[in-house]
Design a protein around this ligand. Sequence first.
Ligand code: ADP
Length: 589
Amino acid sequence: MTEYSEGTIQSIAGPLVVARNMKGCQMYEVVRVGEAGLMGETIRLEGQLAYIQVYEDTAGLLPGEKVLRTGEPLSVELGPGIIRNFYDGIQRPLNEIRKQAGDFITRGILIPGLDHERLWEFTPVVTEGAAVVGGDVLGTVQESKVITHKIMVPPGLQGTVVEIRAGSFRLRDTIAILEHMGTHIPLTMTQKWPVRVERPYKKKIDPKIPLLTGQRIYDTFFPIAKGGTAAIPGGFGTGKTVSQHQVARWSDAQVVVYVGCGERGNEITEVLDSFPELEDPKTGHKLIERSTLIANTSNMPVAAREASIYTGVTIAEYYRDMGFDVALMADSTSRWAEALREISGRLEEIPGEQGYPAYLASRLAHFYERAGLVATLGTDERYGSVSIIGAVSPPGGDLSEPVSQNTLRVVSAFWALDASLADRRHFPAINWLRSYSLYLDFTKDWYAHHISPEFRELRARAMVILQQEAELSEIVQLIGPDALPERERLTLDVARMIREDFLQQHAFHKVDSYCPPKKQYHMLKIIMLFNDLAIEALERGMSIDVVSNLSIKDTLSRMKYIANDALESAFADIEVQLRQSFQTAGAAP
Ligand code: ADP
């Protein structure tokens, strides 16, 4: 191992340490600070001075203590054992730390991200003599009840497999040997990767396949694509946690990476306690069997939030490379931005808007750009995706603040949680007038092909009705709904049906918690058919009061509870009933 010269602490300001005699140190090099060996990362270099953001509590650190270089960038260790694990921002397993150090993380503690003693059963999928390149799968390991982990040739390597072993191995045992131009390269079940560097892929592909969530407000109105990005601004109590849990449980991503940059320790404790207990309805196991959590504990300084974000996205990319669709939830990116602001302040950089550093926009963009649907490295044709769903917590719900604004600029779907909807117990409290999704267009063909050619048309018509309702609301407040022309009263009626019978979705209801896209289509089709039949009836002279009081509306309000296994016949029945009810009402004297 290379010996690096030793630096000395010159000054300490919160999480920022300045060290001298650091000549040759690289940007983003990991250093061990002080006698305690605190983990830090170099974020600015000035001659022999290194400015280090320290990922552990710096209390008690003194000028004059040593600073050791490692010569390496901040990296994660990738391999079996990540799933079902909880990590802190620098990939230390929280449970191991707790075991070794009690509830408080002892500073400077070094625990590998993966258990190096545990034996894993490795099953090769290539044979000796095979020519392989980076990304090719050498074999598999059953990582959890539901995840089969692919052991891949690390990016950049290539050669002929001259030896491959089957059986039980520890992570760092040699499971294969490659030969390339006369040299032998032993391979293990792990790879190391610097977190600030995007993992390579063959090419990025337009995100044209939706990440289906089973939530009507997203799938029908504001879809996210596999490999897409969405932001969800959530004030306290607006349903941010429930929304994220719903997407984690129901979306058709196979792997979930949850990054918690909570401010308060108890927020994280709550996540750590509740997340593993979530049932995974799709597999019948716990959700943790296909998830990993990265969480900052309360006694880690703000700087660690940045490490968590990068660690999380790197892990997500690694599972993407195996060909999985991965959903990364970051909660909340505002806390990360606040950490950037604090460090920037301590570096005495020229502040941008509201004290955030001028590079806030580029940092956020860089993070979200790591989402994507890709053709992975390797000789075979394999696709994987990372979708990023970032929660934002704008103070006071004010979306004009810099973090929200800069996030809006880079994400392609925006799900605006709305405190007033939450107050009215309209859940999910996503405001349909302020949200948007650029994936509507991208995923259009997919929906036409897999759900129905008329699905998007229905969605567009429903959206128009909701917009008209918003326009009418001022008049209604002034003169009351009864003074409106009949057609407009119908618009209000149908808008209410769209809101209550379609958009409202009960996360805790056995059936309604998940609504397959086909069912979303049928529900919307029936509501719009009601609208069309009502317009015809009004034109024939039926009064709006008769239309509004049709008992069929009760049936429509219960469509969300129709069992998912008998959709076609149930909706065909409802359509017949709906047409009949207008006929009967029309025939009545
Ligand atoms: P936040 O994380 O934004 O503080 P939560 O996600 O904890 O808010 O939601 C607050 C409460 O709102 C929940 O306890 C639940 O009662 C209700 N809620 C939120 N979303 C839904 C939903 N989709 N269905 C039913 N109830 C919901």
